[in-house]
Design a protein around this ligand. Structure first.
Ligand code: NCD
Length: 326
C-alpha cells in the first residue's frame, strides 16, 4: 500500500505512468471555473521547509488547497536546535497535532527517509528536496512536461518516454533534480546524457543509468530535450571552475547553441534560473523554454501525488522501501 514518496528510484514504470495520467486529470480541474476538488477535505497537510524555496513550496500549497486539505506552513529556518534533534522534536509536535501528511524540504540528504522510517510519526511523507539527494516531484513534473510536449496531451496518456533522448547540463554534483531525473527517466525508458565540467560530475556516476559527456555542442543535435541546471553556489565550498565567464562559454545555453537543437526539441530548467550563467535571457524567454510551463505542471503533479498517497483506495504507488526491506 502506498505510504511515502521519498525517491524517484522507488517508483516503478507503472507507478510513474499512473501519476502522470492522474496529473492530466488534475490539470483539467485548473480549466474549471471552480478549481477545487473535495478529495482531501478534513485532512491536514504540513509543509515543513528547512531550506529556501519559491516554486516548490507555493506549488505544494496550491495543490493541497485545490484538493481541499487543511494546510499548515512551517518554516524551520533559523532554528538553533541541531538538525537531528529539531527534526525529531518537530515530528513529535506534528504527530501530536494529528497531521495526515508532511511535505518536507531539508538541507540534509536522507532527512525525509528518516522522518518516514523513524517511527516518530504516522503521517505520509513527501520529499520536496533533500540536500543533494532527491527531488522526486520535480522529476515527475519534468517527465509530465516532456510527455506533453514530445508526445502530446491526449496521445501521451498511458505512455512512458521510451526512446526519448534527454540531455541534462551543468552542476550535476550538487543537483537532486539531476539525480531524480536520471532515475525516473531511466525507469520511463528514456536515454539520458549528462553534460558537465569534470569537476561537477559526482564520484560513482559510472553506476548511474546514463551516459556522460563533457562536450555540450556535440550532445545538442541529438536530443529531444535539454535540461539546464543552476550552478548551486550555496552548496560549493571550493572553486569548481575558473570563472563564471568560462563556465558560461563552455556549458551555458545561448541562442547560437540553442540553434543546434533539433527543431522539435525543448529547453527545460527547474528554476531558479541564473540568467547569464547557465542560460541566456534570449533562451530563457524563447518559446522553446518550458520553465514557466514546468511550474504550472508542478501543481497538477503534486495534486496527483497527494491524491494517490492520501485519497486513492487502490495502492497506486509502491510502498517506499522501509528499513526492514533494505
Ligand atoms: C531546484 C531545487 O531546489 O532542488 N529547484 C526547484 O525545486 N525548482 C533546483 C535549484 O535550486 O537549482
Amino acid at each position: 500500500m502506498l505510504r511515502h514518496l521519498i525517491s524517484a528510484a522507488d517508483l516503478t514504470r507503472d507507478d510513474a505512468v499512473l501519476i502522470l495520467d492522474t496529473a492530466e486529470e488534475m490539470a483539467r480541474v485548473a480549466d474549471r471555473p471552480i478549481k477545487k476538488l473535495p478529495t482531501l477535505r478534513g485532512r491536514t497537510i504540513v509543509n515543513l521547509f528547512f531550506e529556501d524555496s519559491t516554486r516548490t513550496r507555493i506549488s505544494f500549497e496550491a495543490a493541497e488547497k485545490r484538493l481541499s486539505a487543511d494546510v499548515i506552513n512551517f518554516s524551520a529556518k533559523g532554528s538553533s536546535v541541531s538538525k537531528g534533534e529539531s527534526l525529531k522534536d518537530t515530528a513529535q509536535t506534528l504527530e501530536a497535532m494529528g497531521v495526515d501528511a508532511v511535505v518536507i524540504r531539508h538541507g540534509a540528504s536522507g532527512a525525509p527517509y528518516r522522518l518516514a522510517n523513524s517511527g516518530w510519526i504516522d503521517a505520509a511523507v513527501v520529499n520536496a528536496g533533500d540536500g543533494t539527494h532527491q527531488h522526486p516531484t520535480q522529476a515527475l513534473l519534468d517527465a509530465f512536461t516532456m510527455r506533453r510536449r514530445l508526445i502530446g496531451r491526449d496521445a501521451g496518456l498511458g505512455q512512458d518516454l521510451s526512446g526519448k533522448r534527454i540531455t541534462i547540463v551543468g552542476d550535476v554534483l550538487h543537483s537532486r533534480v539531476a539525480r531524480s531525473n536520471v532515475d525516473l527517466l531511466h525507469t520511463l525508458g528514456a536515454e539520458v546524457t549528462l553534460v558537465a565540467p569534470p569537476t561537477l560530475v559526482p564520484v560513482g556516476v559510472d553506476s548511474w543509468p546514463c551516459a556522460i559527456s563533457y562536450d555540450l555542442d556535440s550532445a545538442l543535435p541529438k536530443c529531444d530535450a535539454v535540461m539546464m541546471l543552476r550552478v548551486q553556489r550555496e552548496r560549493m565550498n571550493a572553486a569548481f571552475f575558473p570563472t563564471e565567464r568560462e563556465y558560461s562559454r563552455r556549458y551555458g545555453l545561448d541562442g547560437d547553441r540553442m540553434a543546434k537543437l533539433p527543431e522539435h526539441a525543448i529547453v527545460m530548467h527547474p528554476g531558479p534560473m541564473v540568467r547569464g550563467m547557465e542560460i541566456t535571457a534570449e533562451v530563457a524567454d524563447s518559446d522553446r523554454c518550458t520553465a514557466v510551463e514546468q511550474v504550472a505542471n508542478g501543481v497538477s503533479i503534486r495534486m496527483a501525488v497527494l491524491y494517490l498517497l492520501l485519497g486513492g483506495n487502490e495502492p497506486a504507488l509502491t510502498h517506499a522501501r522501509t528499513n526492514e526491506e533494505k
